[in-house]
Design a protein around this ligand. Structure first.
Ligand code: WQD
Length: 337
């Protein structure tokens, strides 16, 4: 069975390609290499021994999307990762985000709705909840006004999919990720941030390896036990496996609704200081950091209620924060060696 993975050379996409191949799926990747490298293909092959079909296409070009689906009429499912995802950048350049994250989605759905049936998995984010009123966060927590154009594109994307599935043969699962971290145990694939990492864990590993002088901790005056923000850090391999489980659910026709939503997290919240302490434990390094002012747009706390993913989707995160940080550190050491 052939599955299209858009953004399949990216961080979460490449890990999902590996798990799809492990489960016997044939994978075709579309990636425009704007936030990834073709070398990632070598990493995937090193792990699975199977080379996915790769097409360097820009999904913002409607004709290119139409042509792809004409040539790959046997694609029976799509996992759509390809999107711009830097919160700060989206504030500075909103139109880049609306064009890349919305137009591409529309063009893909237009092709899928021509099929007799189609399975579509959407890479969404817990960012749609904004500052949720209650922890842990359930899927029926209210979607709040987006705090950034990036977050807005995820909300709009979910609405577009929901409305389209009502009037077409597409069935979809929306996966709301919490904070993905780590790398495949082989260290053949991992996170490759562009420039200075915005996210905590890659900044920590780059500080640990000596690429960065010190980590700035964005505020320790939040109403949390140690004053720093709390997040749900989920291992990217657990996250990747959830996509395969979701796809198998759609293929097996087990989803009762045309669109289902699942939070993908560990269910455990960890503070920034706890992440630092855990990194120091797994790496044996002392991490230089300083407490600075809060970062604009940061929410205090976000961690998932995992009951629906466990009970309905039949998936549960297995890997710990320690394993996530240890794998991220192993990957950082490998790519800088
Ligand atoms: C985590 C915590 C920071 C960097 C973002 C997106 C979200 C998703 C994941 C795409 C926060 C603190 C961070 C640093 C720090 N991305 N921090 N110093 O903001 O929870 O989520 O990435 O889907 O949509 O919003 O993740 O890793 O940036 O920050 O103190 O140098 O670490 O303040 O509390 P975030 P993050």
């Amino acid at each position: 069975m052939k599955i299209l993975v858009t953004g399949g050379l990216g961080f979460i996409g490449s890990h999902t390609v590996v798990e799809l191949q492990n489960e016997g799926f044939d994978v075709v990747i579309i990636d425009n290499l704007s936030n990834s490298s073709e070398n990632v293909l070598d990493g995937i092959v090193a792990i699975t021994g199977k080379k996915p079909i790769f097409e360097n296409l820009d999904l913002r070009e409607k004709a290119a999307v139409q042509n792809f689906f004409a040539r790959h009429a046997d694609v029976s499912g799509v996992i759509h990762f390809a999107a711009s995802k830097a919160v700060n950048e989206s504030v500075e350049n909103p139109l880049l985000y609306y064009e890349n994250n919305i137009n591409a989605l529309v063009y893909i759905l237009q092709e899928l709705q021509k099929k007799e049936s189609a399975n579509f998995i959407f890479s969404s984010s817990c960012t749609v909840y904004g500052e949720a009123d209650q922890m842990p966060i359930t899927e029926d927590a209210p979607v709040k006004p987006a705090l950034s154009p990036y977050g807005n594109t995820k909300q709009i994307g979910e609405e577009i999919i929901t409305e389209t599935c009502k009037v077409s043969n597409i069935r979809s699962i929306l996966l709301r990720y919490f904070n993905p971290i780590g790398a495949h145990a082989s260290a053949e694939i991992g996170e490759l941030p562009n420039g200075v990492p915005q996210n905590l864990v890659p900044f920590i590993t780059q500080t640990g390896i000596g690429m960065r002088q010190q980590l700035s901790v964005y505020g320790d005056d939040y109403p949390t036990p140690d004053g720093t923000c709390i997040r749900d850090y989920i291992h990217v391999v657990d996250l990747a496996k959830a996509h395969v489980v979701a796809l198998q659910r759609l293929i097996g026709g087990k989803n009762l609704d045309r669109v289902e939503t699942f939070n993908l997290g560990t269910g455990t919240g960890s503070s920034v200081l706890e992440v630092i302490q855990t990194f120091e434990k797994v790496s044996g390094k002392t991490l230089p950091y300083q407490i600075v002012g809060r970062r604009e747009g940061d929410i205090i706390s976000a961690y998932a209620n995992t009951d629906k993913a466990n009970d309905v989707l039949g998936w549960k995160a297995k890997l710990t924060l320690e394993e996530g940080l240890a794998s991220a550190w192993k990957w950082e050491q490998k790519i800088r060696s």
